[in-house]
Design a protein. Structure first.
Lengths: 387, 319
């Protein structure tokens, strides 16, 4: 009897580094399960690749080869050079050459062309005289995004081409006027805006779902009963379930950014290390939120639904799809509560503007706060009994 | 030993489980009612009762998976309400439904448990357990692909791996073939011989008879407890074993007769039991003279006792 007494008192002590050991046990288990789940594993690779190529090419506010008509009222070298220069920008594709204003108007009105270029009579002579004649560029404004960037790119492109072609020197200003109010905008290429935003969007979706299912899966498979009967604490379960996916998320992020750079030519002006660090923070924040969902819902279907409910506003209110500043104030408040909002700012700033840590302090702290909040909710929500 | 008995009873450490007045309801339905039980250290304690009688709920309360609505108790000297974490470190719980990871191999499951409990060398602990439970050669097989008997064995291995002092086994042999069941029980006796306390719930009478002590629970009430002999003696049931031909007519005539509480066929014989011996004798007297049958007074079987207890408890708690 005394033997069991001593055993009881000596063994009641907790083994050393218990927290790390138990978290590690959970982590290894999750990794093995992930490795064995081939479908999920394939999705980790395929999902970002598919989405990025699909959206990267599909969501394009800078359309190419816009059908364009030309109204030539004089046949001159200068006129031909301008047209050639325009065609070389790849924005315009000349589909029709007309000779009357009526024909020109009809084409635009019927939507057969989106652009029309008119070279007026006596254009070349006026240019040589230095009169700065007008080159009329008419745009179908029903899709302002499409026409806007084409118009914007027109002036300098034509000027460069002309300087090259005609050897008329490098005049301080254009020898003719392009009659269209187009703002000069060198960053009009939409993929530069879209690809960094896509990094965050894809990560939100995949990370959220990975952990949103993690606790409900244990409950549905009946393994939760065993797990709860073992001496593991809610924080340890959480870390064990989140950490493997941080690594998965990091690989995904590297994949998406890699494709963005290689396939879409998106630059990374800022520090790659800073980008990696803040991306990891963003990944962990999303995993924490997903994990929180899984401690709230009762089954995997609810987990999916809740993830979708979170995902949609993330896309629409984060500034990824629509300019953040253009949203009403209440929507902006919601947006500030979404991790994607902060990450879209961070990733665009680092990749496109070369921002450093001191520019990103607010968004970094916001992400960290959201993460800690989610983790706290998850740990308190985690049910330690089957009651 | 005799001198120690008194000390054992009075000292809390002599009892692995000491629960008093446990009550638990789900959605207004009382699943466990005012249940008290004491389990001696180093003994095998059988927990019997029909489906839905509250066995699983009681076991879950004991290992900290459920909080009792009222009542208190200690498990290995730890309070079941406050020290759940300490209890979990010392108690191995084998769930009724296989609850290890189906997509993890035998070895990975055991290593997971070993790491969770902080065993110094998880890999070696797993290897030793694989050898002990006879799963050598299957260690890389996924747990979900094992047959029922092997799963059971793996589950037992997993819950004994961290060297617990108390095992709670919830219907561990349900759906397992007789050979695997016998091996399983030999293993349980070997573990008890090493000083482990085992609480095991079961439906099988032969398994009940392998326990040092048993308790019978129905509709959340503990109806009887003690050794098998004590429970049978405590039932105050008188039984006749009838052999002969054509029981069907006899069964129909005896059932419901005053003094006859239970008539149950056992293969080639019939058990006729009653709680009041003189009333039973009076009831069966007319049939004893019939040469077709041979009447012999006998001990009631454990099953007779349980079926009687169940019948009585139904009258008391369901009526």
């Amino acid at each position: 009897m005394s033997a069991t007494d001593t055993i009881q008192t000596s063994e009641a002590r907790e083994p050393r580094f218990g927290f790390w050991r138990r978290s590690y046990a959970m982590l290894v288990k999750e990794f093995i399960q992930l490795r064995r789940d081939r479908v999920s594993f394939a999705m980790i690779i395929m999902l970002p690749v598919m989405q990025l190529t699909l959206f990267g090419y599909a969501i394009n506010t800078t359309p190419r080869n816009l059908p364009t008509a030309v109204l030539t009222q004089e046949d001159s070298d200068l006129g031909r050079s301008i047209l050639k220069a325009m065609q070389n920008t790849a924005y315009f594709r000349f589909v029709r050459e007309v000779h009357t204003v009526a024909e020109f108007d009809e084409l635009l009105q019927s939507g057969k062309v989106l652009f029309g270029v008119e070279i007026p009579r006596g254009f070349e002579r006026a240019v040589r005289r230095g009169d700065r004649p007008a080159l009329l560029v008419a745009a179908d404004a029903t899709d302002p995004v499409a026409s806007g960037s084409a118009l914007g790119a027109l002036g300098p492109l034509v000027q460069t081409a002309l300087a090259h072609d005609l050897h008329i020197g490098d005049p301080p200003e254009m020898p003719f006027e392009i009659r269209a109010h187009a703002r000069y905008n060198p960053a009009a290429e939409s993929r530069l805006n879209i690809v960094p935003g896509l990094v965050g969007t894809i990560l939100t979706m995949t990370m959220l779902i990975f952990t949103a299912l993690s606790v409900t899966r244990e409950i549905e498979r009946g393994t939760m009963e065993s797990l709860l009967s073992m001496p593991i604490k809610p924080v340890e379960v959480m870390f064990g379930k989140i950490i493997p996916y941080v690594i998965v998320g990091f690989i995904q992020a590297a994949l998406i950014i890699g494709i963005g750079v290689l396939l879409f030519g998106v630059p990374i002006f800022g520090s790659l290390i800073l980008l990696a660090l803040l991306t990891t923070l963003f990944i962990t924040t999303n995993l924490s939120i997903g994990y929180t969902f899984s401690t709230i819902v009762q089954n995997q279907l609810q987990a999916m639904q809740l993830s979708m409910m979170f995902f949609l506003p993330s896309i629409l209110l984060s500034g990824f799809m629509f300019p953040f500043a253009g949203m009403p104030v209440w929507a902006q408040y919601i947006g500030e509560g979404l991790p994607l909002t902060h990450f879209v700012r961070i990733v665009r700033a680092i990749m496109l503007k070369g921002a450093a840590m001191e520019n990103l302090r607010y968004d970094t702290i916001a992400l960290a706060c959201l993460m800690l909040f989610a983790m706290t909710v998850a740990v308190t929500r985690f049910r330690r009994t089957l009651d | 030993m005799n001198g120690a008995t008194h000390h054992e009873r009075s000292s809390a450490s002599g009892l692995a489980i000491d629960a008093r007045g446990l009550t638990k309801s789900f959605g207004g339905r009382e699943v466990v009612h005012d249940l008290s039980m004491q389990v001696k250290r180093g003994s095998i304690y059988g927990f019997l009762g029909p489906n839905g009688s509250g066995k699983t709920t009681t076991i879950r309360i004991l290992c900290g998976l459920l909080t009792p609505d009222s009542g208190e108790g200690t498990c290995l000297g730890y309070d079941i309400r406050r020290d759940a974490d300490k209890i979990k470190r010392k108690v191995g719980y084998m769930t009724q439904r296989f609850s290890l990871y189906q997509d993890l191999s035998v070895r990975e499951n055991l290593e997971f448990v070993a790491r969770l409990y902080g065993l110094p060398d998880a890999r070696r602990a797993a290897s030793e357990m694989i050898a002990r439970i006879g799963l050598k050669g299957r260690e890389e097989q996924l747990a979900g692909e094992l047959s029922g008997g092997w799963k059971q064995r793996l589950a037992l291995g997993a819950c004994t791996l961290p060297n617990p002092q108390l095992l709670l086994l919830d219907e561990p042999t349900a759906g397992v073939d007789p050979k695997a069941r016998r091996d399983f029980w030999n293993e349980i006796h070997a573990l008890a011989a090493e000083g482990l306390t085992v609480l095991v719930s079961t439906h099988y009478m032969d398994e009940a008879e392998r326990c040092h002590e048993i308790a019978y629970i129905a509709y959340g009430h503990l109806l009887a407890h003690g050794t098998v002999d004590e429970v049978i003696a405590g039932s105050k049931l008188s039984t006749y074993t009838v052999t002969g031909e054509d029981f069907n007519g006899l069964m129909a005539e005896l059932s419901g007769k005053a003094g006859v509480d239970m008539v149950a066929p056992f293969g080639t014989s019939l058990h006729v039991s009653g709680r009041d011996k003189s009333a039973l004798d009076a009831a069966v007297a007319p049939y004893r003279s019939d040469a077709k049958w041979h009447w012999r007074p006998s001990e009631p079987s454990l099953e007779d006792v349980f079926i009687d207890l169940m019948g009585r408890s139904k009258d008391n708690f369901q009526g």
